[in-house]
Design a protein around this ligand. Sequence first.
Ligand code: ADP
Length: 263
Amino acid sequence: RGDSDEPVIPFAQPGSMTRVYAVASGKGGVGKSSVTVNLAAAMADKGLSVGVVDADIYGHSVPRMLGTDEKPTKVDDMIMPPQSHGVKLISIGMFTPGNTPVVWRGPMLHRALQQFLADVFWGDLDILLLDLPPGTGDIAISVAQLIPNAELLVVTTPQQAASEVAERAGAISLQTRQRLAGVIENMSWMDMPDGSRMDLFGSGGGQIVADSLAKSVGGNVPLLGQIPIDTRLREGGDAGMPLVLSEPESSAGAALRAVAEKL
Ligand code: ADP
């Protein structure tokens, strides 16, 4: 700890070598956690040192998706994060008994996140991914305050209605002055047995969000990838085995790996 009462967050220090990505979405259910976990697993598989903070306090699902129910241990004053598929992770779910719903308010969430960043022994990370709760809530502001150098990744579906809310989630970077690393479109289409693509949720949303955010920040906001729908992605999430590891050659697995390459 530093001289002041504020805990020291290593990732926010000048000269920190860790790239921090906050993964945001406008609404729930668009695959934000699935994307986060698969990106993390793909990067760890490449040999990078990767950590994930499950900051989706109300919908924490990262431990299950990474296939661990291990609890963190304490060494001296530090919390040692469990590791799975080469990814270090910490989740609010590890500190609540059973399936207890979390009913915390903003200030407590801020402190929880602060602890995850300052009191967890992450070691030297190349990459830290933060799975944010959906929307433009308190946690996104907290992240910006605690790690101003965190870059924002926006996950959306191709649906126009979804893209409008995703834009709002991304536009928060205007206020917080965070860099927008890009947009990831998930559930983009389904590959049909005859080789055609079925646009279950419409099309174009990812590009719309990227273009509109680029316009508002006055810079380049790339559409980093389009991830098709694949039932194996969901099954892998439920079974704790990320698709990028079990089916790296599948179109969804390859698309996720390609995004990981760009970060
Ligand atoms: P969020 O974090 O945005 O709430 P999740 O990652 O929990 O979303 O995903 C919601 C559900 O959709 C999960 O059951 C997940 O397995 C499934 N899912 C996400 N992306 C895909 C995809 N590309 N193909 C198939 N199922 C997906």
